[in-house]
Design a binder for this molecule. Structure first.
Ligand SMILES: [Zn+2]
Length: 326
């Protein structure tokens, strides 16, 4: 029997979890309205500082891929915004729906307080992001409203469909943000931003090849604090975790042990760990920082230039990443 996506989703639920989901979906609308009512859609002030907007598929991807570099930009007074293109409402082994979406929005707001960025979560179901004209317009508007100098997203080759489609939607907005009669309700940008991809592990059709690697040693504690704040995803293990990961909250020793394990596991994650990134791209670190300093760098984040945005020369890269010193 053919079923609509809604009924396919409901068919897998018990009556109790369906009622739970139905009740919290009302709360989701309230959460989304609340998000929309904050200053998050305002443009940053015109103060000569850089404006950076990072798109991730889920409420943890921006923090995971660019949290350290964002903290460095923010510390210098530059304006950074993280956008999650879905609300993350299936990203947990034990809970789903509006209650999870609200929890994950609260987690990224906590990260934003740590890292110094603005944050917005789009109310699109996790696992259901599609490349539509509506979504292309939304991404285009967000980039224009932020008057971005730099836009960062996933590459379009990635294991998760939401990551792939975030990459495509952002690539589709590159250049179109400068076209006056596309999406004319928000003024177009007169200069195409620099579009960058964040680090990943995928090799086909081509591996991630960075153009910029940023030393984040001085902000690694902030990045780790953000990872801890993303409790549903790391401490509890996200959709592939389970109750075995979560100790009794009253057992302080077990809680401390689990917290320590979360940090250690993150720093050991192949391809994504800032420690592995520093090791893998030490040659490029040496070009940015000189060999002597590069050899001492422990933690880094890496970015690749997307050909569809403005192509910065080395001088512009130094202006956009004002961190490179020997
Ligand atoms: Zn994700």
């Amino acid at each position: 029997m053919k079923t609509t996506p809604f009924f396919r989703r409901i068919a897998g639920l018990t009556r109790r979890s369906f009622l739970n989901l139905a009740a919290v979906s009302v709360a989701t609308s309230a959460a989304t309205r609340l998000l929309g009512q904050t200053s998050e859609r305002k443009s940053p002030p015109t103060d000569g500082k850089l404006r950076i907007i990072v798109f991730g598929a889920h409420p943890d991807d921006c923090e995971y891929s660019a949290g350290g570099t964002a903290a460095k930009w923010a510390a210098l007074g530059h304006h950074v915004k993280f956008v999650s293109c879905t609300n993350g409402d299936i990203g947990h082994w034990g809970m789903a729906g509006g209650r999870l979406a609200q929890r994950r929005a609260a987690e990224v707001r906590k990260c934003a307080a740590i890292l110094g960025n603005q944050v917005e979560v789009l109310d699109i179901h996790d696992g259901e992001l599609m490349v539509t004209m509506e979504n292309r317009r939304t991404i285009c508007r967000l980039i224009r409203e932020w008057q971005a100098d730099i836009v960062i997203s996933h590459r379009p080759n990635d294991y998760h469909p939401d990551h792939r489609y975030t990459g495509i939607l952002v690539m589709d907005a590159a250049y179109m943000v400068t076209v006056p009669h596309f999406c004319p309700d928000v003024p177009h940008l007169t200069k195409n931003p620099v579009f960058l991809f964040s680090n990943d592990e995928f090799n086909r059709p081509n591996p991630f090849t960075p153009d910029v690697v940023v030393d984040i040693d001085d902000v690694i504690e902030k990045k780790l604090a953000a990872i801890e704040a993303l409790e549903s995803q790391f401490y509890e293990g996200g959709c592939n975790g389970g109750p075995h990961l979560v100790p009794d909250p009253k057992d302080a020793v077990a809680v401390a042990k689990r917290r320590k394990a979360v940090r250690e596991e993150f720093l050991k994650t192949p391809y994504y760990s800032p420690a592995e990134t520093a090791g893998r791209f030490r040659g490029l670190l040496a070009q940015h920082y000189g060999k002597a300093r590069a050899n001492k760098i422990q933690f880094a984040e890496a970015f690749e230039i997307c050909e569809y945005g403005r192509k910065p020369d080395q001088d512009e890269l130094k202006r956009l990443f004002p961190f490179f010193e020997a």
